[in-house]
Design a protein around this ligand. Structure first.
Ligand SMILES: C[S@@+](CC[C@H](N)C(=O)[O-])C[C@H]1O[C@@H](n2cnc3c(N)ncnc32)[C@H](O)[C@@H]1O
Length: 257
């Protein structure tokens, strides 16, 4: 015979079921809305590609149903995120002034929300329009200038320190090359984070189509100072390196002038 549930157990099972139903409902609603908003876009544009990735949860989903967007474990895992935050903080505090910040490809803004206080004026941009609209409301109290823009095509805002974290690894070489041409005119410093093979002398900058996957799967990774990008910087320094998934997530500081 099945033992009767006591009231407490029945109550907590009921709450779990309701929150599960709520989560499924919110997620389905989000996918429908984003698919609808994606419909008018050129399906090969960066905007359509990354809107689709978020709508379908290609980088996973947050266990918190209120997190509408999830940029992947590299944006949430404390083992990856904390050393990054510490190294950005150490660099920013070493400057003789409080710099303005430019977050290029801000994603779900989980990382951005942790470093925003280090900066004076802060601009955060991403190519996914519905996510930027969502951030303007959800992170209103962070006093951030959220903008929808494509860092490989649109004019870049001005700032002392630009940060592009695990974004270029998703882009084609054409897109990266356009970004490399524009960035020294936008920022004095660039903090760039890329997921790279853990082996010395890996073949850099093997081309790929823009999308959710990265060059690591082909044994390659982005090195901005190597051909075909040849980024010109007066100084370059590694800020941190964290092993992750048969590779290493490397954060590099570039100074342009
Ligand atoms: C893996 S997520 C990283 C998000 C964030 N930087 C972080 O570290 O948590 C990559 C982000 O770059 C954005 N992105 C990709 N291509 C872009 C482009 N051309 N212009 C602006 N944002 C772009 C994507 O929409 C996505 O939010």
């Amino acid at each position: 015979m099945v033992p009767p549930l006591n009231c407490k157990m029945a109550g907590s099972l009921g709450r779990a079921a309701i929150s599960e139903i709520f989560y499924v409902f919110v997620t389905c609603g989000l996918i429908c809305l984003m698919n609808a908003s994606n419909h008018h876009l050129d399906q090969s544009s960066n905007e359509a590609i990354f809107t689709r990735i978020y709508a379908h949860g290609h980088w996973g989903r947050s266990p918190n149903p209120y997190d509408r967007f999830f940029s992947g474990s590299g944006s949430r895992d404390p083992a990856v995120v904390e050393p990054y935050i510490a190294s950005v903080e150490a660099f920013v505090r070493s400057l003789p002034f409080k710099p303005s910040g430019l977050d290029l490809g801000c994603g779900d803004f989980f990382v951005g929300s942790r470093i925003r206080h280090l900066f004076d004026h802060y601009t955060a941009c991403d190519v996914v329009g519905p996510m930027i609209d969502h951030h303007r409301a959800r992170f209103q109290h962070f006093n951030v200038d959220f903008r929808k823009l494509d860092i490989s095509r649109d004019p870049l805002p001005q700032a002392d320190v630009g940060m592009v974290r695990q974004v270029l690894q998703h882009l084609s070489n054409d897109c990266i090359a356009r970004f490399v041409t524009a960035i020294p005119h936008s920022c004095r410093y660039l903090i760039c984070t890329e997921h790279l093979p853990a082996v010395e002398g890996f073949p850099s900058n093997i081309d790929k189509p823009t999308g959710g996957y990265i060059r690591l799967e082909a044994g390659s990774g982005v090195d901005l100072m190597q051909p075909p990008f040849n980024l010109q910087a007066v100084a370059r320094r590694q800020l941190c390196a964290v092993p992750e998934h048969e590779g290493v997530i490397v954060t590099t500081l570039y100074q342009f002038h």
